[in-house]
Design a protein around this ligand. Structure first.
Ligand code: ADP
Length: 259
């Protein structure tokens, strides 16, 4: 296995609030990793630091053993709330994203077309993005993040806002992409992480509380054990859990494979 990313003690402090607290992990090439945690855990901040949009307060990020990645060429990023220019067509928008990542004009148009076909928007290329449904926008957001074939794809809650059909479509696309790129995506929905993940990173209050394969985490937490202690019912409600993940509302404990 070849290491793509090495994150060491990554920290972000706003005022006296440690939003990311000494986070360390590695990503191997060609793997899919889920960054899981309740709202406010620090997922967006962590992804934003990796995408080069937020400057870390401390710690280091090594991309292919180098401290400075050519971020625009090497990394694709889908923000949680992507902004589209409503008057642009999907093709114009995706072509623009390709150009911005350094692809020359003629190739940018071809790559944009291919990418839109890949994400299932082949028939909607000439439509203005302002007319797009939520599911179409999410696929367009994915298109702009992958059009330049990044080595690392960062996705902030890529499926949380989608219905089950849209969720399955995007998950299937990610599975296909895994052959060409390394994927790190965040979610607060455990069931999504369960479907396709080589590595789980659990974030709570800015700190990484678990890091392992789904199987190893399951093994560790069988019988049942505490995974995350919630502090309030609101926090519990933000987690949508489905079998075989289970949790005890009374105790505000999340457990896996509870007997
Ligand atoms: P998540 O993506 O897991 O929901 P975020 O990274 O968005 O978590 O936020 C983590 C915490 O950091 C939250 O308490 C949020 O209010 C705080 N935070 C995020 N961005 C800023 C900022 N620019 N200034 C101050 N606090 C912030």
């Amino acid at each position: 296995m070849t290491q793509l990313l090495l994150v060491n003690n990554l920290t972000k402090v706003y005022g006296n609030h440690k939003v990311a607290d000494s986070i360390s992990f590695e990503l191997e090439q060609g793997t899919i990793t889920a960054l899981i945690g309740p709202n406010g855990a620090g997922k967006t901040t962590t992804l934003s630091m990796l995408a080069g949009l937020v400057t870390p307060s401390d710690g280091s990020i090594l991309f292919q053993n180098q401290p400075k990645a050519d971020i625009r060429a090497s990394i694709g990023f889908l923000p949680q709330y992507p902004k589209f220019f409503p008057w642009l067509t999907a093709l114009e928008f995706t072509e623009m994203a390709a150009r911005l990542s350094g692809i020359e004009a003629k190739k940018a148009l071809e790559d944009a077309k291919k990418t839109l076909e890949f994400v299932g928007l082949g028939n909607a290329m000439k439509k203005r993005t302002g007319t797009f449904s939520g599911g179409m926008k999410q696929r367009l957001g994915l298109a702009q993040a992958i059009v330049h074939k990044p080595k690392l794809l960062l996705l902030d809650e890529p499926v949380s806002a989608l219905d089950p059909v849209g969720r399955r479509q995007v998950m299937n696309l990610l599975k296909e992409l895994q052959q060409e790129t390394t994927i790190l995506y965040s979610t607060h929905i455990l069931n999504d992480a369960e479907e396709m993940t080589d590595q789980l990173l659990f974030l709570r209050k800015g700190a990484l509380v678990e890091n392992g394969s789904l199987d190893s985490v399951r093994e560790k937490y069988a019988n049942p054990r505490i995974l995350i202690e919630f502090e309030s019912d609101e926090e519990v409600d933000r987690f949508i859990t489905m079998s075989p993940w289970a949790f005890s509302r009374e105790k505000r404990l999340l457990v896996i494979d509870a007997e």
